[in-house]
Write a protein that binds this ligand. Structure first.
Ligand code: NAD
Length: 464
């Protein structure tokens, strides 16, 4: 249902209607390439890769061997010269050796000649220096490292509209070069179709928890329990289904009034349903009770997805509207986490993901309550990350932009159109785009990503 809710994508792609869309000067969003099903061991089979390393880089070799092991075909300069029609699906620059201002010129000299060769929906990735390590080298090295941010964000804006391509960067400390698998696979595959202009930091200390081995069979979450709140519909339903595809047993939670949808979803993905208002005082204990009734189960993946809006300008906002949003979007999460911690029901190496929002980053008129709650989550995951580290567990936030769901279908047309178009890809995301980001953070091999907020927003201009 949601996938067809933006009529402009179909019109822009149509043979007869496409020229009309162009003549009218309307945005021409492209159909994004997306992947279905669980991660495969040959996730990048047939994709043409160009990869270069700046001198002194420490991540290029690991990236090259991982991407080739995932099935990408490495093109050499001679291949490109010999075949003018060869198209590049993935371009990776190891810029971890970028320590001098002069090195920044290589950003242009590597990417510029490739731009005419890019396949639609190409994936461009920079492996960037860790800012802390760069600052220890010299102020010039820190400047060079920071310069990469501006390059990534600008090129992402240029290529989003023209190629539906994404451009992202991973900051890779020296000790994290062996922890690249999860992030590299996500950003170089169609799983990150709606993630662009992002700079994600890898944590040096987490190489221990990140498996460098490639999964040999699909289903990275087999024999693991995932709990997803707000699972009856929208992003929660998509996330529960996506985690089940990776083999997880999923406990789907939603309010009692949504129980029929919840049960239907649980049946479809062979999971479990628990009707529970997470903002009720009894909810944390009820979840712990459910877990205790299933001996041997602890939470391996916890997705705090349930969320509500009660939009109104602050002037008119009632105390009840403020409190309801805080109770569901924020207090319930902290209460559930505290109960699971106390009962020791979070498995070692667990992955926790909180659904924030770009409203929590940029702010939004009429959403002081909602933005406060979503912003608070960003602070929460950053601090809780240190608490979970000793257990090899991680916590991150995902901040969706405009995603085509029941929640956004209720938004007035003009505001909805603005939300859809004011991003580098000129379209809203799909629930599966958010589900992919959650799945990425939920996998064992993403342990080097911690305490961060990953925006899934097509590089929305809001808060960019
Ligand atoms: P949605 O309204 O379609 O679904 C939310 C689900 O949460 C519903 O099934 C609802 O019944 C459930 N829920 C609400 N209160 C609950 C409670 N007290 N206990 C248990 N379940 C409860 O929303 P969505 O669009 O799928 O959004 C999911 C999450 O993503 C939310 O946290 C939302 O704030 C966030 N988000 C969504 C968007 C978007 O564009 N859709 C953008 C940014 C952030």
């Amino acid at each position: 249902m949601a996938s067809n809710s933006d009529p402009l994508i179909g019109l822009a792609a149509g043979r007869l209607t496409g020229p009309l869309v162009r003549a009218l000067g309307l945005p021409r969003p492209r159909v994004l390439r997306r992947e279905a099903g669980p991660y495969g061991s040959d996730e990048l089979r047939g994709r043409q890769l160009v990869l270069t390393a700046m001198p002194g880089g420490h991540a290029g070799e690991a990236a090259r061997s991982l991407l080739q092991a995932l099935g990408a075909r490495l093109l050499m300069e001679t291949d490109l010269a010999a075949d003018a029609s060869a198209r590049v699906d993935i371009a990776v620059l190891d810029a971890t050796g970028c320590r001098e201002l002069a090195s920044l010129a290589q950003l242009r000299s590597f990417f510029a000649p490739l731009l005419r060769r890019l396949a639609p929906c190409a994936k461009l990735l920079l492996l960037a220096p860790c800012p802390l390590e760069a600052a220890r080298v010299s102020p010039e090295a820190a400047a060079a490292a920071q310069g990469i941010d501006g390059f990534v964000r600008s090129l992402a804006k240029e290529l989003g509209r023209s190629h539906a391509a994404t451009v992202n960067a991973l900051q890779v400390p020296v000790a994290a070069a062996s922890a690249l698998l999860g992030p590299l696979r996500f950003f170089c595959s169609a799983r990150s179709a709606y993630v662009s202009g992002r700079i994600l930091r890898l944590d040096a200390g987490q190489a221990l928890y990140a498996s460098p081995e490639l999964p040999s069979v699909p289903g990275r979450l087999r024999e693991r329990l995932a709990v997803v709140t707000g699972a009856a519909r929208g992003l929660g339903a998509a996330t529960a289904a996506r985690l089940a595809e990776e083999g997880a047993r999923v406990l789907c939670i939603d309010v009692p009034s949504a129980e029929p949808h919840l049960r239907e979803l649980a049946r479809r993905i062979q999971g479990d349903a628990l009707a529970l208002d997470i903002s009720s005082a009894a909810a944390p204990a009820a979840l712990c009770d459910w877990l205790r009734q299933h001996p041997g189960l602890a939470v391996d993946v916890l997705v705090h997805n349930a969320g509500i809006t009660r939009d109104r300008s602050l002037f008119k906002m009632s105390e009840a509207e403020w409190k309801q949003v805080m109770a569901v979007n924020l207090q319930a999460i902290l209460a559930i986490d505290a109960a699971l911690d106390q009962a020791d029901l979070l498995a070692p190496g667990a992955r926790e993901i909180c659904l924030s929002s770009i409203s929590g980053i940029a702010g939004n008129a009429g959403q002081t309550n909602y933005a406060t709650s979503k912003s608070a989550l960003i602070g929460y995951v950053a601090a809780r990350s240190a608490v979970l580290a000793s257990r090899g567990a991680t916590v991150n936030a995902v901040a969706p932009g405009f995603i085509e769901t029941d929640m956004t279908r209720q938004v007035p047309w003009l505001i909805r159109e603005a939300g859809r178009r004011l991003n580098a890809l000129s379209q809203g995301g799909q629930p599966r785009d958010v589900a992919e980001a959650v799945a990425f953070l939920a996998l064992p091999e993403s342990g080097a990503v911690r305490g961060q907020t990953l925006r899934v927003c097509g590089q929305a201009l809001m808060g960019a």
